[in-house]
Design a binder for this molecule. Structure first.
Ligand code: FES
Length: 77
């Protein structure tokens, strides 16, 4: 039986947005965010998807991409 190729080609997911920046960072004043803050994955590489586990760092190094998590305040008031 043929063996299916499992090798995944390193490929970026952001073809055009702010590519001149090594990492796209939008600053927030953390003290103005209610706790807890949740980090949602935007690179699709997280082992704990939909939550960020830091895998975007390795992805960015491998692909030249510049993605990172979306930080969100909790819906709890
Ligand atoms: Fe995907 Fe952090 S692991 S954004």
């Amino acid at each position: 039986a043929g063996r299916r190729a499992t090798r995944v080609r390193a490929q970026g997911i952001n073809p055009e947005i702010r590519k001149e920046e090594g990492k796209v960072v939008d600053n927030v004043v953390v003290s103005e965010l209610s706790k807890p803050v949740t980090a949602y994955c935007r690179c699709w590489r997280s082992g704990t998807f939909p939550l960020c586990d830091g895998s975007h760092v390795k992805h960015n190094k491998a692909t030249g991409d510049n993605v990172g998590p979306l930080l969100s305040r909790s819906n709890v008031t």
